[in-house]
Write a protein that binds this ligand. Structure first.
Ligand SMILES: Nc1ncnc2c1ncn2[C@@H]1O[C@H](COP(=O)(O)OP(=O)(O)O)[C@@H](O)[C@H]1O
Ligand SMILES: O=C(O)C1=C[C@@H](OP(=O)(O)O)[C@@H](O)[C@H](O)C1
Ligand SMILES: [Mg+2]
Length: 181
């Protein structure tokens, strides 16, 4: 497992990037980073505050800086925020500096998983289902274009998904490993 590249998780809000990323890193004995946590730690404020005071544009600047810095590390697992793929510079950093995994789930699951969480400013809207559908239409092509692997998270719990990623990524890196003793 030492030869594994950086693993970067992308996908929409509620896909499980933060939860599964942490489990994946533990399973691989890797350091775990979450670009959203990094942004909040550097700024000393939470995401709703950043959106309030600096707008989404300010948040995206901070996000690009965090992604550029974190993707330069080696041997890490990193969860991104759902909007990380909007910027071409982020997509390039992710693609060039690691293996990118798109965690896919349905909008219905996203809605259920994010319903009680007030920490996602984009979903504090009258119709969060509509927001999620519109974001999916805009971003799904970008997730697909950036990813090396697509893994569904709507049918299995976080632990099972983390194990599936380990299995698939190991094969991707060393296609012969499944033939080894
Ligand atoms: N595969 C899964 N099955 C069921 N619930 C999940 C799964 N992945 C994540 N969750 C739950 O969904 C919520 C949002 O997960 P989170 O990791 O914050 O998603 P993201 O970082 O992609 O927005 C959390 O309550 C988490 O426990
Ligand atoms: O989709 C988005 O634009 C966002 C997703 C959030 O992260 P999660 O995908 O981890 O919820 C967070 O970065 C911010 O609220 C914006
Ligand atoms: Mg997250």
């Amino acid at each position: 497992m030492q030869d594994l590249p950086n693993l970067f998780l992308i996908g929409p809000m509620g896909a499980g990037k933060s939860t599964i990323g942490r489990l994946l890193a533990a399973e691989l004995c890797r350091d775990f980073y979450d670009s959203d946590h990094e942004i909040q730690a550097r700024c000393g404020a939470d995401i709703p505050w950043i959106f309030d005071v600096e707008g989404e544009a300010g948040f995206r600047e901070r996000e690009a800086q965090a992604i550029d810095d974190l993707t330069r590390r080696s041997g890490i697992v990193m969860a991104t925020g759902g909007g990380a793929v909007i910027r071409e510079v982020n997509r390039r950093a992710l693609r060039e500096r690691g293996t990118v995994i798109y965690l896919y789930t349905t909008v219905e699951q996203q809605l259920r998983r994010t319903a009680k969480d007030r920490n996602r400013p984009l979903l504090q809207a009258e119709d969060p289902g509509r927001v999620l559908r519109d974001l999916f239409a805009a971003r799904d092509p970008l997730y697909r274009a950036t990813a090396d692997l697509i893994v569904r998270t709507d049918r299995r719990g976080p632990k099972a998904v983390a194990s599936e990623i380990v299995r698939r990524v190991t094969k991707l890196v060393d296609p012969l490993q499944s033939c080894k003793a």
